[in-house]
Structures are given as structure tokens and as C-alpha cells.
Unconditional design. Sequence first.
Length: 412
Amino acid sequence: MKNMHPVFFFCLFLPATTYAQFWSFGTPVDVTDGYADKVYHHLESAGRRNIAVSSRTVAIVWEDNRNGNPSVYLSLKNKNETDFSTELKISGSGEAYEPGIAALTGNRFAVSWEEDGKVFIRVINAQQLKSPKLATIIQLPSKEAMQSGLTARGDQLFVTFSERTGRYSHIRLIQLKIDPEENLSLLTDCIVDPAPVKDDQLYPTAVVTDKQIMIAWEDRRMGHTIIMGSLSQSGEFCQFSAPLRISKRRGERKLPYGKGHGVSRVALGQYGKSDFLAAWADKRNFRDGYDIYASVYDKIGLWEANSSVQDEFGGVARQWHTTVAGHLNGRLVVAWSDEREDSSDIFYSWFENGEWSEDMPVPGASGIGEETHPSITFDADGNLHIAWVVRKEVGGTTRLRYMSGSLLHRSK
């Protein structure tokens, strides 16, 4: 592999606490080959879910145009080994965009994407890593669909997407069951917000617990884009509460232009047994471009006041491409693209005891060149996995890289 780096050690100091988190990061590795002329890779799924880990297998899914048309590709590796497998084309013969991935049990994954105005799904069994089994491509029933997202629990898969049936689009959820032979059967199918649609609902993303599913999306019902969310009833995955606004500011003042500040591309994390966090790019401080904001869903069923994820040193730079990873043990990380060092780097922050850590550049995903569009996830053991896009210069051709990190210990 090219441009390899030694092992990195990283420490996140949490302000106003006596704890420190010590992380060790491995060597960044290439997911794709070196830069090819006029070839561009994209990690652009709804909720930025382009990486997943099932058992011993890491999977990364993306779109690129190497064959002239945008298509979806997948690469696999054993999480204890270095190199990724040969890249596999997942999509069909049409133009395919914005793939997302979810981990299933037993080294299996589900991938969804948009192709020819429809949403498609394919299950991959990577039990035999060198010869993975690709199931038949399944088209979901819809008239016009885009921006699909996936989440899974056991043998059940939940697909969210933006569906246009008239002038505007709404958010739809389809719940599927997967049998041991990777066959899919429909369990439930519903519109998340059944009220008459007043404007577009876009880029949905979801996380699921044993009994409930939380869905968040971009919503334009107020004449500008806000983040909305809805939680299903306990034990009923297709009966939702009335949507609640997530992105909001205290004492909203009239801006110099428009009806409200802009927000973009919400990501969701589920951490602990039943805690949820939404994070997104937010332009309420419009002179400095987008910042990263977040909100926690509290125990009484409301989204708490928005908090700035990036620290004060990031306040004069642009941040976007928000991605979230949560774990059942309570760990929660938000990562993003950040320009505070006069180039695009990957930064991230840790959430604990209701506070955000100092921002830190991810070692191996910052420095010379342009590092953007991160996607992060935890494996079952609590190790962090990250994929991102690399360019030598702004606007140049791209490649994909990957790295993992582990928590060494926690000290007072």
C-alpha cells in the first residue's frame, strides 16, 4: 500500500471532567487503487452509512464512475487483516447512486441504492471472504424513490427512503425479514408521517432497538430546511408518533435573508440500550458556513436543545459531512470534514456525561491533501472503523481509505 503511516496514539481530553480517553489507531490502508484519470468515488448515503462490520468482516460500499457510468461497488476485509478484497460491482446496468449498508448476522450485509429512479437491495454473504455470495438484486415497490438508508436488527432489515408520489416526496419505511438463504420477505410497509405533505421530506436515516425504530430526515414544511424525527410505538415498527422538530434555536431571530437558517444531512446514532442522538451540518452562524450541531432524545420523549459539537477553535471554519457511530456500551462519536487547518481534514469528537470532548484531527486522515466524507461505525467489541475520501488537491480525482482504532483504557 502507498503512503503508509506508523501506528498513531490519540488522546481525547474531556473538558470539565477528570477522565481521558486513550485511543490507538492502526495504519491507514487503501480501499481502492490509486488515483485514476477522471474517476471519482463518493460516500454519500443517507445518514452516511457506507461502512459496516459483521462478525469478523468489514464492508465498505460506494459509488464511482470508473466504467463511464456511476455504479455501486463493495469491498471486504477480515477486520484482523490488512488488505481489502477485490472490488465487487453490486448494482445493475443503470446509473446507480448513494449506496448505504447495514450489517446483518454471520458476516452478512445488506446494501441499498438508487438506480433509474427506484430503490434496490442486495444481500451479501461474506462467510467465505474470498468468494462472497451475492444474492439476487431486489427492487422495492415504489413509483419514484431515492436516498435510501438501512438499519438492521437480527434477521430483520429496515429500509427508509424518500418517495415521490406527486409534487412532493415523503418518507417511507419497509421492514423485511431475511432467511438463512438470504431471501427477503415483506413484514411491514408504511409512510412515516401520514399527514398531507406540504413540501419535500429528504435523506431519511434510521436506527433500531429491540422494540422501536427512530427515523430522522430533512424536512421543508416550514419554507426552509429543518431536521425532523419520529419514533415508532413500542413493539410496532410501523406506527409512529407525530414528527418532532430536532433542529431548532432558542429565540430565533430574523436572518438577513430567507425564512430560516439552513441545515443539511442528518445522521443518527443509537447508544446504550435506548438512547438516540441526531447530528447534522447547520448554518445558523451563516457568516462562517456550516457547523456541526447535535441533539439528544431525552427520557420523556423530546429532543433536547441543540448543542454545538465542534469546539470554539472550529467556530471560524466550515464543517460538514456529519457521521455518527454509537455502541450498546454507551460510546458515541461524531466525525466530520473540517477546514480549520486550511485544508479539509477529518475531525471527531466524543460524547460523554452530556458533554463534547475537544475536537481532534483523526491521525492518518488529516494533513497534506484533502480528506473528506467520513463514514464511521463501531464493531461489536467497541472498536471504531472509518472510511473516507482522499484527494491530492481540491477538485482532483479520488481514492478511498480505511483505518480502525481501539480504546486502550480509561483513567482518572
